[in-house]
Design a protein around this ligand. Structure first.
Ligand SMILES: *Cc1c(COP(=O)(O)O)cnc(C)c1O
Length: 234
């Protein structure tokens, strides 16, 4: 365990250095950028070590895996749990029992299901709209088209148990992340014109966090650079 704790501490320190440098280069304050450590495929023991190392936000992308990991003892004290994976409406009720933030909302049916789940659980869910930045429709990996964002935002804002947080996106595979995140920044600016409090921009992963910081990301989702290569990728 000692060795794993040291590994995680080193990963966190290296990523912290990258974030600080990216903020400096972009003329932004480090305090504007939040780190979500993506723990999918890694065991519960890593979450406890990360909590001990001061991590306040973790991200999971599969409902069943996360429910199992968080069932035993719940989310570590002081930590917020983010759901970042593609969401089916039949899983929305389960997600709203453990997630504090859902990043991947892209259609009206999911919003209705999350609202019912959060209401039943007596919780408030911060909800982000995932924007599809991929110009190739064949590569579709979830996300709403930018033109559909205003209607989804209004529906979330009108839901009693949901708080509209802002936007989330993944840069297209093999594309230029700067170009993609610049387009996301335009969608985010339009959203803030209608909903000034919806100021979260969740963008940037291990490979492209610097580009995301340059284009206004407020929440980075970083896995591999902190925890190492995921077991399923080895
Ligand atoms: C897995 C995942 C990440 C983290 O990716 P890394 O490249 O390991 O940093 C970020 N966002 C989403 C939506 C993911 O599924």
């Amino acid at each position: 365990m000692r060795a794993r704790r040291d590994e995680l501490a080193e990963g966190l320190a290296a990523v912290e250095e990258r974030i600080e440098r990216a903020c400096r280069d972009a003329g932004r304050s480090r305090a504007e950028v939040h780190l979500i450590v993506v723990t999918k495929f890694f065991p519960r023991s890593d979450l406890d070590l990360l909590a001990d190392l001061g991590v306040t936000d973790i991200g999971e992308n599969r409902e069943q895996e996360a429910s199992e990991k968080l069932a035993d003892g719940g989310t570590p004290p002081g930590m917020r749990a983010h759901f970042i994976g593609q969401l089916q409406s039949k899983k929305a009720g389960a997600v709203s029992r453990w997630a504090d933030v859902v990043h991947s909302v892209d259609r009206p049916k999911i919003i209705g299901a999350l609202e019912r789940g959060a209401h039943t659980a007596g919780r408030e869910l911060t909800t982000l709209i995932q924007v599809d930045l991929d110009p190739d429709p064949a590569e579709h990996r979830g996300g709403a088209q930018p033109v559909d964002v205003p209607a989804l935002a209004d529906q979330i804002a009108a839901s009693a148990s949901l708080r509209l947080g802002g936007l989330m996106a993944v840069a297209p595979l093999g594309g230029d992340p700067d170009e993609a995140f610049a387009r996301l920044a335009v969608v985010a600016q339009r959203l803030r014109a209608d909903h000034p409090q919806a100021d979260w921009v969740s963008a940037g992963m291990s490979g492209d966090l610097e580009a995301a910081v340059r284009h206004g990301a407020t929440h980075l989702r970083v896995g591999t650079a902190i925890l190492g290569v995921r077991p399923s990728q080895r």
